[in-house]
Write a protein that binds this ligand. Structure first.
Ligand code: FAD
Length: 427
């Protein structure tokens, strides 16, 4: 049956019940204030509390409200565009390899946290696939594989015949597999991190948009909707949802609204032919195509951002077209859920870490790869707030550089992503 009106965010329908985190009320003091309740902020808060810091987390809505509760759930221990050698070229041998180590270990960090804190989020660590959608992409795939293999990552190459077995689709020319990757139910993971942070001693407040931040007597004063928090240090983890409170930070990234689609539950006989090893998959398209199955046998898929007007209708139609080509075994795929989230892109497609004045730090711009990396960067910021010297961090502090003509950059980036989609559709 094709529902007349698709339902919204699938993950809100398949997550375990969660407590409602109350708003900050009155006056409160803390060692560290964390602003933003996604993977970055929640991981930072959890690791701060485990390191002994009195920590308060303020989230505008409820934990997982942002991209962390709306994404495809693919846990990927690799860069979206770059290879490990690029990190060395950009940051030097020692720093670059430290960043590579953090990225390589990031999926294990996620799955270890899930096990340690018994987080209910349908976690599957069976590996992540990146198959080549064109034969010419195999050279790039080989380079990724070889560079990660040289650093000891559990990776392997496969040819077109094996790609067909692994994906259940005849369209791929081969690819590489990262064994430590996998997938999770992302809202369940966000909520589980919030629960773990609270159990570790963090005061988690939802419904607490931070509306003003000032310096007062050597401390930070954060004014939220219902109360005031004073803290020695502040971690900003607002990513693509960064508003006008921090305009310079907001203007360092390009926020792109991306539409997400989930099919109806496929019949068992069809579901078991698609990604039979239950891998996550993001292919080599310029306008990336990512999909995985959820625990019930739906295909959950996301694609590059398109123009916002009419995006739902176009995305639904293009998903059905793609599924018809990639998986002819699904007869008449039907869409059951459609929702949106904001991806924070940086021009270099790497997250940026900033040290602002007076112990305020921030990280954002995961460019669509923030589940594993956001968790790792959140931990890194906690370590920094707990006293780790800046020169020992994996991600070097970057100067805060708002993109020139930011208001024009956003529509330009959308046009570019539309162009990539059009070019990919001709492959
Ligand atoms: C459609 C889609 C698919 C994706 N798929 C994948 C994937 O498969 N794999 C992957 O690795 N990554 C994926 N990503 C990227 C990933 O979801 C993000 O990189 C990651 O969730 C970023 O986490 P975060 O904590 O930094 O930000 P967010 O989760 O966006 O959290 C920021 C939070 O800050 C809060 N906030 C903002 N302003 C304030 C304020 N003033 N006061 C208090 N709170 C505030 C917001 O409400 C929000 O909850 C995808 C993203 C999208 C949108």
């Amino acid at each position: 049956m094709h529902p007349a009106e698709p339902k919204s965010n699938l993950w809100t329908h398949t997550s375990a019940p969660t407590p409602h985190y109350p708003a900050l009320q009155g006056e409160r003091r803390a060692d560290v204030a964390v602003v933003g309740g996604g993977f970055t902020g929640l991981s930072a808060a959890l690791h701060l509390a485990m390191g002994g810091a009195d920590t308060v987390l303020l989230e505008s809505e409820q934990p997982g409200f942002g991209a962390s509760g709306r994404n495809n759930g693919q846990v990927i221990p690799a860069y979206s565009r770059h290879n490990p050698d690029d990190a060395v070229a950009a940051f030097g041998e020692e720093r670059g390899e430290r960043l590579n180590e953090m990225v390589a270990a990031s999926a294990d960090l996620v799955f270890d946290l899930i096990r340690k804190h018994e987080i209910e989020c349908d976690a599957v660590q069976n590996g992540w696939l990146q198959p080549a959608h064109r034969a010419s992409r195999m050279r790039g795939v080989r380079a990724k594989h070889d560079q990660w293999a040289a650093r000891g990552a559990p990776v392997e190459m496969y040819d077109a015949a094996r790609a067909a077995e692994l994906t259940g689709s005849p369209i791929y020319h081969g690819g590489w597999l990262h064994r430590s990757g996998g997938h999770i139910q992302p809202l369940g993971y966000s909520r589980g991190l919030a629960r773990a942070a609270q159990a570790a001693g963090v005061a988690v407040h939802g419904d607490s948009p931070v509306q003003a931040v000032d310096r007062e007597g050597g401390q930070w004063r954060l004014k939220a909707a219902g109360g005031v928090l004073r803290a020695d240090k502040v971690i900003l983890a607002t990513n693509g949802y960064t508003g006008n409170l921090f305009p310079n930070l907001r203007q360092t990234i390009v926020p792109l609204r991306s539409t997400h689609v989930a099919t109806t539950v496929l019949g068992d006989n069809v579901a078991k032919t698609i990604l039979p090893g239950d891998h996550g998959l993001s292919d080599t398209r310029q306008a990336l195509w990512a999909f995985r199955k959820d625990r019930f046998g739906r295909i959950v898929t996301t694609s590059a951002p398109v123009f916002t007007a009419g995006a739902r209708g176009r995305m639904t139609a293009s998903t059905i077209r793609r599924l018809n080509i990639a998986f002819p075994q699904i007869e008449q795929p039907q869409v059951e859920y459609v929702w949106e989230g904001i991806i924070a892109m940086t021009p270099e497609r790497l997250p940026r870490y900033h040290e602002l004045a007076g112990g305020m730090i921030a990280a954002l711009g995961y460019s669509g790869r923030g589940i594993a990396l956001g968790t790792a960067v959140g931990r890194m910021m906690a370590q920094r707030a707990l006293g780790l010297p800046a020169n020992e961090l994996a991600l070097p502090p970057a100067p805060l550089k708002p993109l020139p003509m930011h208001d024009l950059v956003v529509p330009l980036a959308r046009t570019l992503s539309w162009y990539f989609r059009w070019r990919d559709s001709r492959d």
